[in-house]
Write a protein that binds this ligand. Structure first.
Ligand code: MG
Ligand code: ZN
Length: 181
């Protein structure tokens, strides 16, 4: 079964510069939930991997983040989409955890818990950190220009350039469904 990891902010939801502190703050990017439903129908498992240092910084509790993610999964279901699991890193930079992207800890944990093959999986994100985390474990990567990164510059990505660059999640899904089914 095909697998894709999606970053949250800038991929599914609007990267607004502030933390999403409650379900009322969630703003979806146009077509994002529908794109997940299209992936599911084409046989893809969809997981989320997201840095949420707002927890470590005290802007939201771990429980509050869980409430936000429960709502996100419910909203996805209403759009006919299934999110298999949500992995989030609650730590701050400097906490020396192994899960905060650009480290691949969340992907490794997901691979173990869901018996996934990371080398045939894809990951999509809007920052060099997302791309580096996935590249570190041999996962193919899509940089989406719908969040932090508005234009692709090779130099920013150093040794881990994305496999492909797409405008947003709907365009990536067009590509994956055309080329990987
Ligand atoms: Mg992001
Ligand atoms: Zn962490």
């Amino acid at each position: 079964m095909k697998t894709i990891f999606l970053d949250r902010d800038g991929v599914i939801t609007v990267e607004g510069g502030g933390y999403v502190a409650s379900p009322a703050d969630i703003r979806y990017l146009p077509g994002a939930l529908g794109s997940i439903a299209r992936l599911n129908r084409a046989g893809w498992r969809v997981l989320i991997f997201t840095n949420q240092s707002g927890v470590g910084r005290g802007f939201i509790t771990a429980q509050g983040l869980q409430v936000v993610h429960n709502r996100l999964c419910q909203d996805a279901q209403k759009a006919g989409a299934e999110i298999l699991a949500v992995y989030s890193c609650p730590h701050k930079p400097g906490d020396n955890c192994s899960c905060r992207k650009p480290l691949p800890g969340m992907l490794l944990q997901a691979a173990e818990e869901h018996s996934l093959d990371l080398r045939t999986a894809w990951a999509a994100g809007d920052t060099p950190r997302d791309i580096a985390a996935a590249a570190a474990v041999g996962t193919r990567t899509a940089l989406l220009l719908s969040g932090h990164t508005r234009a692709y510059e090779v130099a920013t990505f150093g040794e881990s350039p994305p496999t492909i660059v797409c405008a947003d999640l709907p365009s990536l899904v067009d590509y994956l469904i055309t080329t990987h089914s």
